[in-house]
Ligand binder design. Sequence first.
Ligand code: F0G
Length: 416
Amino acid sequence: MNPDPELLKEAWQHRKEHPQSIYDRSGVWRFRDLLHFYPDNKDLSQILVSMDGEEGRTKPFMLSKVAEYVGLKSNNFYLQFEGDNPTGSFKDNGMAAGFTHAKMVNANKVACASTGNTSSSMAAFAANEGDINAYVFMGSGRISIGKLAQTLEYGANAIQILGDFDDAMKTVQAVSKEMGIYLLNSLNAYRLEGQKTIIYRLLEGLKWEVPDLVVCPGGNLGNTSAFGKALTEPYKWGFIDKLPRIVVVNANGANTLDRIYNEEKIRWSYTDDLWNDKIKEFYTKLDEENFKAHTIASAIEIGKPINLPKALRALYETKGMVVSVSDQEILDAKAIVGRNGFGCEPASAASVAGIKKLTEEGIIDKDTFAVGILTGHQLKDPKATIEYHKSSANKFANPPIEVPNDIDKILEALRK
Ligand code: F0G
């Protein structure tokens, strides 16, 4: 039987306003009814994993300066800050669900490859649970420093390999298989169930008015896949009366999806084995080209996204689009988010830069109703932010004023 939209919307609102437990407060578990593996016949506290109800407590915000920057009317444009999760990124949404499944199958070891956010989230949940060992695989020098600090502090075992994220991803799969470790990268379908709630909160925040576009950065394409499900299922069940188009934004230096979708024109197929056929062929071509992903947006510096077929399905079902943006466009967009008193990491700002690109190219107009997902916290990759603001060559730079510690000189500098 399909879920009843009106009854459920009422239940979610009630849980939010009158929480009976941490699971009602959690922005993930509040929507537990639509998470496919949720076992509703058990005592919730015996089953569900949560950071004391704090994960997923986000909603969309209107940001007028960013709206103006991207060329949309301010009441038609929202950003949702998933960096406001307990460990500083959207990963906590999926990790609550992935960890719940890990516990359901009695896993005592979990692993992931990461550029920082997945590892911090997994390590924090493991520490919070207490009886699960966490193993993090990372490319040497390719994890952001603050995130490495978080991961170590939460007590995870950090394994540094020579290589980048794509190498670490391959290695963690082989090691996990060999040692029977539960894998928590986004190829884990239960994690994606948790990430669906990013969209439920977005729709709830818009009072179930459906935007034209939902825009997110594309790395391993877990969000793209989860958002596809999170939109098509409620559409089928009558929660929403139209489907927004998903827009995935790649960095120019990590643009595999863009190439596959816009140049190779590979599309989702219900019958072909895309993974073992066209995608494998394309990934072999990348190896032959010696392609290595490279972008300032560390979280999306991924050359061989693991969720490509699922992402193609999400794009197919929502008539989606894929665009790429330069590192400069990403950093300018990030600075503008900051000018609104909010913040995000470089990878997240790709969402904003992508919307701007679409308006500039005339693909969308100022009346388009768009929501961008900002996936990670402003304090990730701070070196990139400081370097941006120090260089007056950057459009929105805000360099520190350097002055001797002398009151007269300081007053003189401030009066300029
Ligand atoms: N944004 C942020 C902040 C991320 O941390 C990631 C992925 C992405 C976007 C890409 O999302 O994979 O769903 O397309 N971070 C991984 C990590 C690589 O290790 O934390 P996706």
